[in-house]
Design a protein around this ligand. Structure first.
Ligand SMILES: [Zn+2]
Length: 331
């Protein structure tokens, strides 16, 4: 009987979740699986509108605090601040009247240079001709041999690579992944020092693919002026916070929030941790800076007694929603 009661309780528990998007576009390569095509995104919005209560993230947070989680509710979020959020996602969200929160890394707003991970991917995986050897700091020379030139087979191997699930399929992909691991925990200044060396080595010509850019200042401002949309914090330079001192973390958090508040005129009180990465010092900084809630990339739904500084989100895949039942309805 007790088992039956707890099963019924579980069934009746309100089901609420936060969805995480990054890019709405159709890129040639999407090794981290963070892009959803505009067509799939529109289908997903139609599905959400028909089957769920799509509520603003702030409302989800307020309801959690009041212990009044709305059954079957969903909040939509975007990380990083790519220009396609403004150009592709915004018009579709407006078309269906659905609210969303955009967590923006402010350091790249209006800049020519893309995020370091996107630039690294372009340089190592897609430069047509690379020098024959590369020397990793403190390690022996790597001979690129036959992958020095980007053949169509090699390009195809790179465009179809899923880095979260598969081992690097080529020597170039191995080099990319090693560098990615090496750069991720560093400070912004250190990352840029490495990137400069890699740009020079790869013979970078100075042209950035427009689809890798972040929003301009005007786009961010315009986004923030629409009542459907909330701007959230995502640090200045997108560091993996747990690898840095408490001071460094605090600077990244406060400077980002000040910038976003000044540009948008909105109070910024929600935060998403870059890479979902944080430690105890992050949690105490976030509390002392009076953020109302902070989000990870751990796939947990929003439920009673959830820690408001460790709220989970579900990364949305590039598929129509009826095919997503296992990931989209994890409960
Ligand atoms: Zn991010």
């Amino acid at each position: 009987m007790r088992r039956l009661v707890s099963a019924v309780r579980r069934y009746l528990a309100p089901k609420a979740a936060v969805l995480m998007y990054h890019r709405i576009c159709d890129p040639e390569a999407d090794i981290w699986e963070i892009a959803v095509s505009p067509a799939n995104f529109e289908q997903q919005l139609q599905y959400l509108k028909a089957h769920h209560h799509v509520i603003p993230l702030q409302e989800m947070v307020d309801r959690l605090a009041a212990n009044k989680i709305k059954r079957n509710s969903i909040a939509i979020t975007f990380d990083d601040g790519y220009a396609d959020n403004y150009l592709q996602a915004k018009p579709l969200l407006e078309k269906y009247g659905l609210p969303a929160t955009f967590f923006v890394s402010s350091g790249n707003i209006g800049q020519e240079t893309p995020f370091w991970w996107d630039e690294l991917e372009q340089l190592i995986l897609f430069t047509v001709r690379l020098p024959q050897t590369f020397t990793l700091e403190g390690q022996s020379e790597i001979d690129l041999k036959e992958v020095q030139f980007l053949s169509s087979t090699l390009r195809h191997k790179h465009t179809s690579w899923r880095a979260c699930e598969e081992k690097p399929p080529t020597l170039r992909a191995k080099l990319f992944f090693k560098l990615w691991q090496q750069l991720k925990p560093l400070t912004y200044a250190e990352q840029q020092e490495h990137m400069q060396r890699i740009r020079e080595w790869a013979g970078f010509t100075g042209e950035t693919k427009p689809e890798l850019k972040s929003m301009t200042l005007e786009q961010l401002k315009d986004l923030g002026q629409n009542a459907l949309f909330t701007i959230g914090a995502h640090t200045v330079s997108h560091p993996a916070l747990a690898f840095h001192t408490a001071d460094y973390q605090r600077r990244e958090l406060t400077q980002n929030r000040t910038f976003l508040q000044e540009v948008t005129g909105q109070e910024v009180s929600l935060l998403a941790y870059p890479y979902g990465n944080y430690n105890e010092e992050t949690l105490s900084s976030v509390a002392s800076l009076k953020f109302k809630a902070a989000f990870t990339t751990e796939e947990n739904r929003i439920q009673k007694q959830a820690n408001r500084y460790r709220l989970g989100r579900y990364q949305v895949k590039n598929l129509p929603f009826q095919e997503l039942s296992s990931t989209f309805h994890p409960w």
